[in-house]
Design a protein around this ligand. Structure first.
Ligand code: ZN
Length: 155
């Protein structure tokens, strides 16, 4: 597991230092702000939705490395996808954040959890966050904020 942990740490640091899709989008892009008072993390999601596709997404905000790298990883994972695929990715990620720590360790990992982790690609780097429950809200902030933007778009 330790090599994998190193790789995951590198992915998180890389996205923290060079965040993807940083910036703002003008209307008609949806614009939703998220705040995690436990840690002081702030994320602003700009989502441009055209014909049922999330054609562009940009983010601003500040906070800890987990919140900011999670938002960067998210933007890379959902950009250009249909809203249905975006919601699926969000659901898979949130499932990963509720997996019990023991399910991530070696032989006790269930096939379902493994499949989810494989499907998530780079996002799997955040799987280790569940070992630190106080950071889960940091990791899910961007995802909850994006969900809010999708809900506004479909309202
Ligand atoms: Zn945080």
């Amino acid at each position: 597991m330790s090599n994998l942990d190193d790789l995951y740490r590198e992915i998180i640091l890389d996205h923290y230092r060079s965040p993807r899709n940083r910036g703002e989008l003008p209307p008609p892009a949806y614009h939703v702000e998220g705040f995690n008072p436990l840690c002081g993390d702030e994320i602003v999601v700009y989502a441009l939705i055209e014909d049922g596709v999330l054609t562009d997404i940009k983010l601003t905000g500040h906070g800890c490395s987990i919140s900011q790298s999670s938002s960067s990883l998210m933007s890379a994972a959902v950009k250009g996808k249909t809203l249905e695929q975006v919601r699926e990715t969000i659901a898979t990620f949130k499932t990963l954040m509720t997996v019990h720590e023991s399910q991530l360790d070696g032989d006790t990992t269930t096939p379902d959890v493994e499949a989810d982790i494989r499907r998530l690609g780079e996002l799997a780097a955040l799987a280790g966050v569940v070992k630190f429950p106080v950071r889960i809200k940091c990791a899910t902030l961007a995802w909850n904020t994006l969900t809010q933007a999708l809900d506004e778009a479909s309202a």
